[in-house]
Design a binder for this molecule. Sequence first.
Ligand SMILES: *[C@@H]1O[C@H](CO)[C@@H](O)[C@H](O)[C@H]1NC(C)=O
Ligand SMILES: *[C@@H]1O[C@H](CO)[C@@H](O)[C@H](O)[C@H]1NC(C)=O
Ligand SMILES: *[C@@H]1O[C@H](CO)[C@@H](O)[C@H](O)[C@H]1NC(C)=O
Ligand SMILES: *[C@@H]1O[C@H](CO)[C@@H](O)[C@H](O)[C@H]1NC(C)=O
Ligand SMILES: *[C@@H]1O[C@H](CO)[C@@H](O)[C@H](O)[C@H]1NC(C)=O
Ligand SMILES: CC(=O)N[C@H]1CO[C@H](CO)[C@@H](O)[C@@H]1O
Length: 294
Amino acid sequence: MATSFQFIICFCLFSLLRFTVTFAHVIPRFPSSMLHPALDLGSSSAQNGLYTTKFFTQILGHFSYNPQSYQTFQQRYLINDTYWGGAKNNAPIFVYMGNEGDIEWIAQITGFMFDTAPYFKALLVFIEHRYYGKSFPFGGNEEVANANSSTLGYLSSTQALADYATLIIDLKKNLSATDSPVIVIGGSYGGMLAAWFRLKYPHVAIGALSSSAPILQFLDLVSPYTWTNIFTQDFKGVEEYFRNYSCYSSKRRSSSCGPKVLNYGRSKMAKGYKETRDKNHSKNWTSQYYQDLY
Ligand SMILES: *[C@@H]1O[C@H](CO)[C@@H](O)[C@H](O)[C@H]1NC(C)=O
Ligand SMILES: *[C@@H]1O[C@H](CO)[C@@H](O)[C@H](O)[C@H]1NC(C)=O
Ligand SMILES: *[C@@H]1O[C@H](CO)[C@@H](O)[C@H](O)[C@H]1NC(C)=O
Ligand SMILES: *[C@@H]1O[C@H](CO)[C@@H](O)[C@H](O)[C@H]1NC(C)=O
Ligand SMILES: *[C@@H]1O[C@H](CO)[C@@H](O)[C@H](O)[C@H]1NC(C)=O
Ligand SMILES: CC(=O)N[C@H]1CO[C@H](CO)[C@@H](O)[C@@H]1O
């Protein structure tokens, strides 16, 4: 059981990492919808019955003796124990490594966790990344946290991984579940975190599942065009449509192209969109997705 989980899967789906293409240069970036969730799911999440929201007192800096490092902040995490087989059975714990966005939004679009939990009798935990959602250091004050390099200096993937290790270890202790295996899961940047977590904290997680994680997407490791090549393949199916609406022209972001592709995508995606629990949200996410592309 233990070793069978020791895998890292990289799905090269086009869904999470995007590049903005301009004619001058290629700028890699993560989905803007994660950086700035356009959908206000806050109110629905309160009564959506998917999880319980908790906060954990987290240390600001894990790697320095600078007195400021000993400040703490409230880190949000979401938990669902409905399917859990319990500590006595050493039932597993699936931990989503929050990426750059509101963790509630991420949890609500990660149906995979909820779909697989019953088969593994897993406890579900989604941890929010520091400096996102409701997990800002410096008194939870976003403006102060983002003020300058001395406050923003605590925003790094290395600190985030240490947050996750600290929280997971403490949570397992609280649940008397120190023997429950932990599988870390993530997508995009969160998938990179999951893979890195498994490498860096092998005593905390026995496995990592990294979806759409560009863990090798660094200059000098692979061609800078790797991602755009995959993206182009994905879109071959709708190539004709793109061509019809001049999406290949210099007016790539033209108003004629965007909305039409958006409508086309909605109807196409509505068919296979299993992940969503709410039809209205499915529509929204689909349109959000296409908005992100443009
Ligand atoms: C966990 O998720 C399931 C499926 O969405 C839901 O039915 C259940 O109420 C949730 N449990 C908690 C404790 O939130
Ligand atoms: C950075 O911002 C914090 C919070 O606003 C402030 O206390 C501090 O003086 C600033 N530091 C610098 C170097 O500007
Ligand atoms: C574990 O329990 C302690 C004491 O109640 C609490 O302060 C801490 O936040 C809990 N840890 C987690 C991860 O919830
Ligand atoms: C593209 O345009 C051609 C010619 O007008 C038309 O036959 C075809 O159906 C269009 N395809 C799409 C996907 O809109
Ligand atoms: C979905 O949207 C329709 C129309 O906007 C609305 O009438 C309906 O109540 C919504 N359903 C849910 C579950 O939010
Ligand atoms: C972008 C988008 O379609 N947003 C819609 C999401 O769903 C709500 C509720 O139905 C609408 O009010 C938004 O316009």
